[in-house]
Design a protein around this ligand. Sequence first.
Ligand code: NAP
Ligand code: GLV
Length: 309
Amino acid sequence: MALLFISHVDSPEDWKRAFGKFMPSLEVRAWPDVGRAEDIEVALVWRPPRESLLNLPNLKLIASLGAGVDHLLRDTLLPKGVPVTRFVDDDLTAMMTEYAVLHVLACHRRLPEYLDLQRRLEWRELPQPLARERRVGILGLGVLGGATARKLAEFGFQVAGYSRSPRSVPGVETFHGADGLKRILARSEILVCLLPLTPETEAILNKETLGALPKGAALINLGRGGHLVEPDLAALMESGHLSAAVLDVFRKEPLPLESPFWRHPRVIVTPHVASITNPESGARKVVANLERVRKGLPPQDQVDPSVGY
Ligand code: NAP
Ligand code: GLV
């Protein structure tokens, strides 16, 4: 039997090597070389073409190469009854936590503003609150948002988190629902977005919500580009309402050269690298789930397409 690998950003060779280690009998075929459609038992995908998963009669599992599944649920015609999984893994969580902490600390210690002052040859001290005086908000309290919130609480920040359903995280004030969103925004001097992109969260970072942050707040968007209305952020940076932004994800990737964010002195742009799936851990997970579905068991980390994450 075979695995169909579809990704325009990941190297099939790295994944072939990883699967060779955990399930040598599994042939890895890289899109568009599907071969005999009947052989495909599992598809491992990142932004697959719209109809690529149809007409695979023995497909038992569709695995996302990432933690997010918006790339799959929104744009692909999915065969009915085939479980879809997302990637949940300690290494992925550790990388995301590192990235989020790095940039929360940078915004807390006003690094984007100091780099701007340096470019302007200006020696000037900015007011600096202590971590325990700084209010950080995390949108999304799932695997990644929850781990990030816990780590930031260890630094002494006043951390709050926002989720769809009520959640409890030690040391973190939690909010949910429409009223909860208003309350977390009103208190967050540094806002980190770690939501999944769904019809409910599309454009959640807009002029009203970002405008509801305290003056001088910073935004760190690590969820998806579709969460942010980019011109609204640009306008709020221009007016001075927001002091800094860190953007790892964009509506259009690679970020077009004409985007004002490339050259903005207080915006940090990274090319969707906050956390990256490791082929070894990824292959191990897919093999374990393939073994489960072969036995008729549900796979781990299955998503609910009707909810969108
Ligand atoms: P997760 O475990 O599924 O957690 C999602 C969280 O968002 C949950 O707390 C969920 O609430 C909350 N949520 C969902 N819809 C909501 C809504 N409408 N209103 C309020 N809260 C809502 O996901 P995860 O593993 O933490 O990953 C989160 C996202 O990070 C991914 O979907 C992906 O887009 C992004 N990501 C980015 C990178 C990168 O490199 N930039 C890497 C990996 C992942 P409940 O707790 O109530 O379910
Ligand atoms: C990356 O963006 C992921 O969803 O894992």
